[in-house]
Design a protein around this ligand. Structure first.
Ligand SMILES: NC(=O)c1ccc[n+]([C@@H]2O[C@H](COP(=O)([O-])OP(=O)(O)OC[C@H]3O[C@@H](n4cnc5c(N)ncnc54)[C@H](OP(=O)(O)O)[C@@H]3O)[C@@H](O)[C@H]2O)c1
Length: 312
């Protein structure tokens, strides 16, 4: 019998890269958890051999159904949700119940967290710190993966402007603040290794980073060199950045439509990123995946090649 792996936020950026690495493997069946009906429809078409299911992670009975019969869960929490901690705890409780069923197959809880969850000034980090605490105290075999700011986030804007004569990269925060980036394809490869190898990674917490600290001037220059473009960098005002970010994340037409409880996460993160970034070391990732990690320039090259292949 194949192992049933549950993935949450299955429509999101992380799972978009993880699912294809597991989907055609006969050792696994996938249960893909979504929130919206549009994602339910999209993923059902895209992955007809997977079980795609809508679950409200705030509802404990939905979480129990999600874990029913599962061998492992790869848990990604939804972006900037004020109830993120409750959702994480509900899913952990459901995994504990599943692991206590007679003849249970449940083996592994993998939490996709964030780099330095101890940074309490950012709600999206602080909430994950609380979930990590609940998980490490749970009677489960767990692994925690901590990605940083995704390399892929800024790539869309740069690729979209690559044919402009005088392209300008609009930075949402001070471009001289340094970050270690995590490239989604590296993260997916590391995540799948942890899923596949299971016990070898029990009780491990891994910081998964693709780059040493670098600022957006260096990032944009590296990508610009690959694209053959000299990008000017301009910084959005804080208020504009918050508005743009909230409209995208919460699919709203204006900031007024976004509940203050949702807005607080991006507000604090963007304020933090104007003075401090997220710094770490790519050594753990390179040890896990056994190859050099993918920097911004490497990612731009790969995307150009893939786009070229798709048009031929
Ligand atoms: N962006 C970064 O640079 C970064 C870096 C490190 C960690 N993270 C963390 O990554 C996580 C998000 O993962 P992602 O980037 O793969 O997702 P994403 O691309 O931001 O997509 C958002 C996901 O959240 C789901 N969602 C929204 N509201 C929900 C709700 N009420 N209940 C359940 N699911 C809900 C959406 O599902 P539907 O499509 O079904 O609505 C979608 O799958 C967040 O916890 C974030 O803090 C992000």
């Amino acid at each position: 019998m194949p192992d049933l792996i549950v993935l949450t936020c299955a429509s999101g950026k992380q799972c978009a890269q993880i699912i294809p690495l597991l989907y055609n493997d006969s050792a696994y069946c996938l249960r893909l958890a979504v929130n919206s009906t549009s994602s339910l429809e999209r993923l059902s078409k895209q992955y007809p051999h997977a079980e795609v299911t809508q679950a409200d992670l705030q509802v404990p009975s939905d979480c129990k159904k999600l874990l029913d019969g599962a061998s492992a869960i790869y848990y990604v929490g939804p972006t900037f949700q004020p109830h993120e901690v409750t959702m994480g705890m509900n899913v952990i409780d459901a995994a504990v119940s599943e692991s206590r069923k007679p003849n249970t197959k449940f083996k592994h809880f993998i939490f996709s967290s964030v780099l330095h969850p101890r940074i309490s000034k950012m709600l999206n980090h602080d909430r994950k710190k609380q979930i990590e605490e609940y998980l490490v105290e749970a009677p489960l075999d767990w692994s925690i993966l901590q990605p940083s700011h995704f390399t892929d986030n800024a790539m869309g804007q740069l690729m979209a402007k690559r044919n402009e004569e005088k392209p300008v990269y609009m930075a949402a925060y001070d471009p001289s603040v340094k970050f270690s980036f995590t490239t989604l394809r590296d993260y997916a490869e590391a995540s799948v290794k942890v899923i596949r190898e299971g016990p070898k990674h029990f009780f491990a917490t891994y910081e998964i980073l693709s780059t040493w600290p670098m600022d957006y001037h260096a990032y944009v220059k590296e990508v610009g060199d690959v694209l053959g473009k000299d990008f000017e960098i301009k910084q959005l005002e804080y208020g504009q950045a918050v508005e743009g970010f909230c409209k995208t994340v919460f699919k709203a037409d204006s900031l007024d439509e976004v509940d203050i409880r949702n807005r607080e996460g991006p507000e604090r993160m963007l304020l933090y990123y104007n003075t401090r970034g997220l710094n770490g070391n790519p050594g753990v990732l390179e040890w896990l995946i056994g190859r050099k990690a993918t920097g911004p320039g490497d990612l731009a090259k790969a995307l150009l090649q893939e786009q070229g292949n798709n048009t031929t």
